[in-house]
Write a protein that binds this ligand. Structure first.
Ligand SMILES: *Cc1c(COP(=O)(O)O)cnc(C)c1O
Length: 393
């Protein structure tokens, strides 16, 4: 049977790691031992209290709804825990109309777009940046205007780079701090500017806070909702994936503008049937115990981060120490004339080490590469040893 896929699939960019996966498979087929520092997916196990809560709930015979659709049998504890978390962590009060529970942020970003964008609408996304914002637009036959992030501006989006006609047309603007892939963090003042820009141009500011808990050296990342009026001008995508080592669990929420939340909920009602109750209970447990559960995870990333930064420095390829995220974002060595793809290629060919070329996150990411800290210490150490040899140090 001839079955051409929908036209929209042709508009999707190639999956960021597809090419990488293919190259790794080819090397492995040649019997070469490849070490990957490419993908950002926590290797550390989910903390035990969260797992215990899942098990307690899933086997609890007193809960007659434990097997049912999560949307029909929501766990009241989860919105309560989300509220408690926003109150404790940011001093932000949320009400029920401002909260949508989601199965992670990636899904939520696309579903959110489906609820808000018409064909031909415009969304603004940063480059380098997480590819899913544009993918959400593509699924709605909407368009993306990319704003370059620049090292000279601390990788913060410069709102002056958005042309007036673009600002007038756009409906959504995506930002993400702590940032993937640049590891940059944003002060509250930046979020204030974002809210002000959004209000002036009637653009909803969509803040992706996927790395809000992966912070180091005493740094605490602010929420955009701390800005007065932001609960109307913005939404925040919160995810338990990276902070709690829960990527596979699919747990998160979107909070903020009630009309946007309502639209997202309507999409969700028609597309998925909510989260398993046990996962809802476990997510509530995680948020309630954030203060004790995340520091041990971050201690491990911090140790790995220091190892990477130190070794690259010794190799003559110095990098800045990131305050947040699970990555190191490093300038491509000069020898490769700033071509991150050429560097990543050489690293794979000559050293058997996989890193993500910044070019994969858009042209403005070229000249940098990303190392993920989500691999065991020994793996990272061996990869670094190989990198050091390639550098001739
Ligand atoms: C990992 C990641 C997410 C998505 O995480 P989920 O597992 O879908 O919640 C969202 N945004 C950025 C920038 C990410 O790196």
């Amino acid at each position: 049977m001839e079955l051409p896929p929908a036209n929209r699939l042709e508009k999707l960019p190639p999956y960021l790691f597809a090419d990488l996966r293919r190259k790794i498979a080819a090397k492995k087929a040649q019997g070469i031992k490849i070490i990957s520092l490419g993908i950002g997916d926590p290797d550390l196990p989910t903390p035990q209290p969260i797992i215990d809560e899942l098990i307690r709930s899933v086997v609890n015979p007193d809960d007659a709804d434990r097997h049912r659709y999560g949307c029909d049998c929501p766990v009241a504890d989860l919105p309560a825990s989300i509220k408690g978390f926003y109150r404790r962590r940011y001093g932000v009060e949320l009400d029920d109309s401002q909260i949508a529970v989601t199965s992670g942020s990636k899904d939520a970003i696309v579903q959110f777009c489906l609820g808000l964008l018409n064909p031909g609408d415009l969304g603004i996304a940063p480059q380098p940046g997480y590819p899913t914002y544009n993918i959400g637009h593509v699924f709605c036959s909407a368009n993306t205007y990319y704003v370059p992030l620049r090292q000279s501006n601390g990788w913060l989006l410069d709102f002056r780079e958005i042309p007036p006609e673009t600002a007038q047309q756009a409906k959504l603007l995506w930002i993400n701090y702590p940032n993937n892939p640049t590891t940059a963090t944003a002060p509250l003042e930046f979020f204030r500017q974002a809210v002000e820009f959004g209000r002036r141009h009637n653009i909803l500011i969509c803040h992706d806070s996927a790395y809000s808990e992966n912070t180091y050296d005493g740094y605490k990342s602010p929420s955009i909702l701390e800005v007065p009026g932001a609960a109307d001008a913005a939404v925040e995508f919160y995810s338990l994936s990276k902070g709690f080592s829960m990527t596979g669990w699919r747990a998160g929420c979107v909070v903020g503008n009630p009309a946007a939340i309502k639209a997202l909920r309507l999409v969700k009602d028609n597309v998925d049937n909510g989260m398993l109750r046990a996962i809802q209970f476990a997510a509530a447990k995680a948020l309630d115990n954030l203060e004790t559960l995340t520091p041990p995870i971050n201690a491990v990333y911090r140790r790995r981060r220091d190892l990477v930064v130190e070794t690259l420095g010794q190799a003559g390829w110095p990098v800045e120490i990131p305050k947040a995220t699970i990555y190191v974002w490093a300038p491509t060595p000069e020898k490769y004339r700033g071509s991150s793809a050429a560097f990543a290629e050489d690293l794979l060919e000559k050293a058997g080490v996989v890193v993500t070329p910044g070019r994969g996150y858009g042209v403005p990411g070229d000249g940098y590469y990303r190392i993920s800290l989500t691999y065991p210490d020994a793996v990272i150490a061996e990869a670094l040893e190989r990198i050091r040899k390639l550098a001739g140090k």
